[in-house]
Design a protein around this ligand. Structure first.
Ligand code: PMP
Length: 435
């Protein structure tokens, strides 16, 4: 029996399990915490594989598969635009809590969204986000679904009547999509577009004519595809003084004065969590005027009155966002996070600018994104080779968006400086070999 078990892949895995905890993690996260407590409590047990003839009944619950010892070392530097890299210590914490969340005997995925355990999770996530962004009490924080794309419709549906004019500044593809969706629900108008200059600029706002009767002015704070980021926010000239921002790809990457905005919204999957969670921060006096046709799931009033629990929320995603918020607070908050982000971005842009044209970033220097760095190669025929070689070196997802081509390095909060250092070293080496 023992011999048969020893020959199965399962038993091999189980035999290697004890060495898992001794593996050197890349982070300071304690090795002991890398084993789920429930698994740690169980003795290694031989399990017969399905193909074996004798079935052995074990009274203990099946232990989760042991964590691969080399997991930390095998991770790549992931430059994806989203879903994107998450902090390693957050992933390890989630892993350690996955099987049995803090002694509840359940995974977060198995909890009732109305139970005391999940209530504590969502309340802490909201309160940590409030601390991080210093969100004033007159703003509601909603954890929703449907992605930022759903907010392209929800915003006009909640803030306008069908006849209300609204101003859109279009600095890239996402702003354009937001405008096109809004046209269905209000009289949306583009007051400035960077399309003719391939979305490489942001206007000086004194020059932009805004409609005083517009219900709000909409911007995309960071254009993920084009790498264009607002460094100062425009002052809305509409009577209500309302500014609305899509912050999907720079949410929580730096401090923001929330009081300057009517609504801030963001898909979580770039800087603060997995896909499936959309965060909306909305001034409370703007809630409660949704158009009659507004689906219940898009009505801010419904979600605000029900503390984001009108229906089943994306529980696990909210839990993950909560772990990220905790991590950002532990790092010292968003001022510290911004310093790190600036350092990474400066290193990458400097490498591009000092390459004597071998690499090129088309975005005007003053509005270059700290989060998404698009660049091209002077010899564009080498781009595929660049991406392939980088992937071999474990730097992945560097291909630019299909609509613009070239390369794009997304360097969100969770991308360590070491990842950018490795990328620029590779870029210099690639240049030396191909210049
Ligand atoms: N806005 C921006 C700035 C984005 O980057 C994205 C997604 N890449 C979206 C909106 C759409 O978000 P979602 O996929 O969550 O609907």
């Amino acid at each position: 029996m023992a011999a048969a078990a020893a020959a199965t892949p399962h038993s091999l895995l189980l035999k290697t399990a004890p060495s898992t905890a001794a593996a050197t993690p890349r982070t300071a996260f304690p090795a002991a915490a890398r084993l789920p407590p429930a698994a740690a409590a169980l003795k290694p047990v031989s399990i017969k594989c399905a193909a074996a003839t004798t079935h052995v009944q074990d009274p203990r619950p099946p232990s989760p598969p042991p964590l691969p010892a080399a997991a930390a070392q095998e991770r790549v530097f992931n430059f994806a635009a989203g879903p994107a890299v998450l902090p390693e210590n957050v992933l390890l914490k989630a892993q350690s809590e996955l099987y049995n969340w803090r002694g509840s005997g359940m995974s977060v995925m198995e909890m009732s969204h109305r139970g005391k355990e999940f209530s504590s999770i969502i309340q802490k996530a909201e309160s940590d986000l409030r601390s991080l962004l210093e969100i004033p009490p007159e703003y509601a924080v909603l954890f929703l679904q449907g992605g930022a794309t759903t907010q392209f419709a929800a915003i006009p549906l909640n803030l306008c009547t069908p006849d209300d004019p609204v101003d859109y500044v279009v600095t890239g593809s996402w702003g354009d999509k937001a405008f096109k969706e809004a046209q269905k629900y209000c009289k949306a108008k583009v007051v400035w577009s960077g399309k003719a200059e391939k979305y490489t600029k942001i206007p000086s706002f004194d020059e932009v004519e805004q409609d005083p009767d517009a219900k709000f002015l909409h911007i995309c704070a960071n254009e993920t595809i084009h790498g264009v980021e607002f460094k100062n926010y425009p002052v809305p000239k509409n009577k209500g003084g309302l500014l609305v921002a899509d912050m999907s790809s720079n949410f929580c990457s730096k401090p923001v004065d929330v009081s300057k905005f009517g609504v801030i919204y963001a898909g979580a999957q770039k800087n603060v969590g997995p896909s499936g969670v959309t965060i909306v921060i909305v001034r409370k006096d703007l809630i409660g005027n949704a158009q009659g046709i507004t689906p219940v799931m898009l009505d801010y009033k419904i979600h605000a009155e029900n503390a984001s629990l009108y229906n089943t929320p994306p529980c696990f995603g909210i839990y993950m966002c909560g772990l990220v918020f905790e991590d950002l607070l532990e790092q010292g908050g968003l001022k510290e996070v911004e310093k790190k982000n600036k350092k990474k971005a400066e290193l990458l842009y400097r490498t591009i600018d000092e390459s004597k044209g071998f690499y090129r970033c088309p975005v005007e220097a003053s509005v270059r994104s700290l989060m998404n760095v698009p660049f091209t190669l002077e010899k564009s025929e080498l781009e595929a080779e660049f991406i392939k070689e980088a992937a071999k070196e474990k730097m992945v997802q560097l291909k630019g968006h299909r609509s613009v081509g070239g390369m794009r390095a997304s360097i969100y909060n969770a991308m360590p400086l070491a990842g950018v250092e490795k990328l620029v070293a590779f870029m210099r080496d690639f240049q030396a070999r191909h210049a």
